[in-house]
Design a protein around this ligand. Structure first.
Ligand SMILES: [Zn+2]
Length: 315
């Protein structure tokens, strides 16, 4: 039989040609459980057409979505020791890393690019939740540092898009050190007089929400994202009280003054571009304040931009 497998089958495959069919044609919406066809989903920027739920995006898709025409130059970062603690739980950390790399096609849980967002010069660092829960280890810290340096070198704004469960436990203390490290990187961007914008996506928790992710000049979030430090269940069991509905969602954080705006994915690029123009030269300020709609941005969003700009001016 071996000649069938080794000789005939490859010949037939070659003849027929490998069909380019994705593994998962259908995906279930995590919110309303509607079955979503992959093509419709990608046409709709991975937002459920039935309930508006914003599904998670891979880092590469995020950069493509935010940069003009999906074009950007990749920003590399220094290599780190792969498994400094020789960590092993029920599996080796190195094996988990290998799997994550194969599955995501990325080297780490962060991807950095330089380009323009609605014509504004920007460096974007996007997290990939699919890569070990977007956890922040040494490599992710390096990625953020490189992003900050690239922004300063190119006189560009720094935009970070977290999607992370927090620190990478397999790197122990070395991952916790990334918290102050990334804050210092942001400080350098500030000292250079450049804007720093955070776009919080689902989920942003733990050591990531406790460091660079909450100190943007302007804090934006996608609708319905889970944002917090400790998980809901942990908090409920600690304080022994029922938590209000919508606890730790973007909308509740906006109501409680933790965010400047909640922006749907379809309006994100135009909004970020407008915010950057406003912060860098005040060009669009008048149009925002007078309520004249800016292309691609809804009226509510426009009002939020004006309010956020006034707050940033007061800083
Ligand atoms: Zn849905």
């Amino acid at each position: 039989m071996s000649w069938l497998n080794e000789f005939v089958r490859p010949k037939i495959r070659k003849l027929v040609g490998k069909k380019d069919v994705p593994d998962n044609l259908w995906q279930k919406c995590p919110s309303c459980e509607q079955m979503l066809f992959h093509r419709e989903l990608s046409d709709n920027l991975h937002v459920c057409h039935a309930c508006g739920h914003h599904l998670r995006l891979a880092a590469k898709d995020r950069l493509t979505l935010l940069f003009d025409n999906g074009e950007f130059t990749g920003v590399g970062f220094a290599a780190v020791t792969a498994d400094p603690l020789k960590f092993r739980d029920n599996r080796r950390y190195t094996d988990r890393l290998k799997d994550a790399k194969n599955k995501s096609g990325e080297k780490e849980a962060i991807l950095v690019g330089h380009g323009t967002v609605s014509g504004q010069n920007a460096v974007i660092a996007a997290f990939d939740f699919g890569f070990m829960g977007g956890s922040m280890g040494q490599a992710v810290g390096e990625g953020l540092l490189s992003a900050a340096r690239a922004a300063i070198d190119a006189n560009a704004a720094l935009i970070v898009v977290p999607a992370s469960g927090g620190a990478r436990m397999q790197e122990g203390m070395l991952s916790l050190i990334q918290m102050p490290r990334t804050i210092l990187a942001v400080e350098q961007v500030r000292e250079a007089g450049l804007p720093y914008i955070v776009i919080l996506t689902d989920p942003t928790t733990g050591g990531v929400s406790a460091s660079f992710a909450m100190i943007g000049d302007i804090q934006i979030a996608e609708p319905g994202a889970n944002i917090g430090f400790a998980g809901k269940r942990v908090i409920r069991d600690t304080i022994r009280e029922e938590l209000p509905e919508g606890f730790q969602t973007s909308e509740s954080l906006l109501d409680h003054g933790m965010l400047d705006m909640v922006v749907p994915r379809s309006e994100m690029r135009a909004t970020v571009g407008n915010v950057l123009a406003l912060l860098r030269d005040g060009r669009t300020k008048r149009s925002s304040e007078s309520g004249i709609p800016v292309a691609g941005i809804s009226a509510t969003n426009n009002a939020q931009i004006a309010a956020a700009a006034n707050r940033a001016d007061g800083k």
